[in-house]
Write a protein that binds this ligand. Structure first.
Ligand code: HEC
Ligand code: HEC
Ligand code: HEC
Length: 454
């Protein structure tokens, strides 16, 4: 583009009418602005490729560092997103269905041809902190780099040491299925400009070191808010509604704030059991997409687990309401005792015959392997998805408390049966308003199928 007066010649002798010259100048002006815009955007979007590097030898890292990296990888759920059920670890291929198409996780094993074996630590660090691949292309935020950007360089170093010393897996990446132009990677630069703030975690001076450690883990590696915070139209997390609950993969990740609907508060003790053992005595199991999260958090250092619990408890302030538990448990057990007298109701009859043999607590306290439905968030949430999913597809031995299962009723029950049980539980266990569109939601969830259990 040249500047100066010669670019847009005045209406010359060839221009018979002055108006046409004006129009030409306007069109040229708009075109020039558009070209400048495109050039500026291209300059902004363009990131250099980082040259291929030799795969580092395992002996270049200390075993302690690799071990540390392995725990960090667990806290970041790298393997659960970068593998498919029954597939090789870190080989990618997991399909993430988003509102913008299906994005497949990639092979991040150190294979030189199909994985990231040619990535230098510099390239890996740039991917984690800025969401840019080694070849300079922009990555989609289905890869939670908007959280990993908060990681310290030291932790990224440990992750690199761990990943580069895992067995290389030869597996080609699955192409994404995204409608044009959404799959056009340079457009991601625009998304980043609007919503991405590359920066390391800043400790909060008014909080304890333990709380800050927990906040660091939750906000960076464990990216809890990626599932628990609602998103806007362009897939951005709505930071003004942090942890207020959101739909994810056909489930609903409940609020982690004081708005959590369970009548039993999330105290540190319950959070600790739920997050690290996959089951809380009062709240029940971590199922669906939360199951691998709890499973992997179980592998963290006890001190890091404590830090995470400290931070998450502070979001809802459950410890200060710990005395609500006894009353809530008493109310829930009293409702259980009524079920057998409610079989004139179709929902009650189904509940007693299909569910109550397991979900019945007679003792003064609940039995942790019989989740108490009068305390369980899926019955209290405004979104019935979790309850419907659990009734249709059950809970596998891998999910929730290890080794115990709940059978699914998809074959044995019609949509109406499922609806009548859900309505029965909502009426007899909660003071919440009835769910609208229950039948439609059950049909949708049945049509979608159980999904992948990881
Ligand atoms: C929520 C799912 C998810 C989690 C958790 C996740 N990733 Fe990914 N990751 C992805 C997806 C999807 C892509 C591909 C993005 C794209 O194609 O733009 C990706 C891409 C990457 C890339 C770029 C690789 C390439 O081929 O360009 C690296 C490096 C990476 N992830 C490392 C990690 C590490 C390390 C962790 C754990 C700390 C991790 N990821 C956790 C979903 C995830
Ligand atoms: C991949 C998405 C995802 C991620 C990441 C995730 N969660 Fe969850 N979470 C869910 C879903 C879905 C549920 C509902 C599970 C159920 O009903 O069994 C849930 C349930 C919970 C619950 C129980 C809430 C209730 O009222 O029953 C807590 C507490 C929780 N998550 C905390 C966390 C924390 C802390 C992190 C980060 C360390 C985290 N979650 C990361 C999806 C996720
Ligand atoms: C054979 C025993 C059994 C039967 C029958 C059964 N459940 Fe369950 N249910 C369980 C167990 C065990 C768990 C906890 C599973 C785990 O932790 O892995 C559970 C968990 C649940 C949860 C908690 C889900 C969550 O994510 O928090 C709900 C809700 C539930 N069941 C509802 C029902 C309903 C409704 C019925 C009847 C249609 C039913 N169950 C029938 C054993 C059963």
């Amino acid at each position: 583009m040249s500047r100066g007066k010669n670019v847009l010649p005045e209406a010359g002798p060839t221009s018979s009418r002055p108006a046409r010259g004006w129009l030409k100048r306007a069109i040229a002006g708009v075109a020039a602005v558009a070209v400048i815009g495109v050039c500026a955007f291209a300059a902004l979007a363009w990131r250099p490729a980082i040259p291929e590097a030799p795969t580092p030898d395992a002996s270049s890292f200390s075993p302690v560092l690799i071990q540390q990296g392995s725990r960090l990888a667990a806290a970041g759920f790298c393997a659960s997103c970068h593998s498919v059920a029954g597939g090789k670890p870190l080989a990618g291929g997991y399909a993430m269905k988003t509102g913008f198409g299906t994005i497949y996780s990639t092979n991040i094993s150190p294979d030189r041809e199909t994985g990231i074996g040619t990535w230098s630590e510099e390239a890996f660090l740039r991917a984690m902190h800025e969401g840019v691949a080694r070849d300079g292309s922009h990555l989609f935020p289905a890869f939670p780099y908007d959280h990993f950007t908060k990681l310290s360089n030291a932790d990224v170093h440990a992750l690199y040491a761990y990943i580069m010393t895992q067995p290389p897996v030869h597996a080609e990446n699955h192409p994404n299925e995204m409608p044009f132009p959404l799959g056009f990677r340079p457009l991601q630069a625009g998304w980043k400009l609007l919503f991405f703030h590359p920066a390391r975690y800043e400790p909060q001076a008014d909080q304890s070191p333990l709380w800050n450690r927990g906040a660091y883990l939750a906000e960076s590696l464990s990216h809890c808010s990626a599932c628990h915070t609602p998103r806007g139209p362009l897939g951005e997390e709505l930071k003004g509604r942090l942890y207020q609950g959101a739909a994810v993969d056909g489930w609903f990740a409940p609020p982690l704030t004081a708005d959590n609907p369970s009548p039993v508060p999330w105290t540190s003790a319950e959070l600790s059991d739920y997050l690290t053992r996959g089951m809380s005595r009062y709240h029940g199991p971590a199922a669906g997409p939360m199951a691998p999260v709890a499973h992997e958090l179980g592998m963290l250092d006890p001190e890091d687990q404590k830090a995470l619990v400290t931070y998450v408890e502070s979001l809802g302030g459950g410890d200060a309401r710990a005395d609500h538990t006894a009353v809530a448990v008493k109310t829930a057990l009293a409702a259980d005792a009524q079920d057998s007298s409610r079989i004139s109701d179709a929902g009650g009859r189904l509940f007693v015959s299909a569910c109550a043999s397991c979900h019945y607590n007679r003792t003064p306290d609940v039995n942790p392997v019989r989740p108490e439905l009068g305390l369980n968030s899926p019955v209290f949430l405004d979104d019935p998805s979790n309850l419907i999913r659990v009734i249709l597809y059950g809970i596998s031995a891998k999910e929730g408390a290890g080794g115990i299962v709940m059978p699914g009723f998809a074959r044995g029950m019609s949509d109406e049966d499922v609806a009548s049980i859900a309505v029965y539980l909502r009426n007899t266990r909660t003071d919440k308003k009835p769910w609208p569109d229950l039948a439609k939601q059950i049909a949708t969830i049945r049509a979608a199928g159980p999904g992948e259990i990881r």
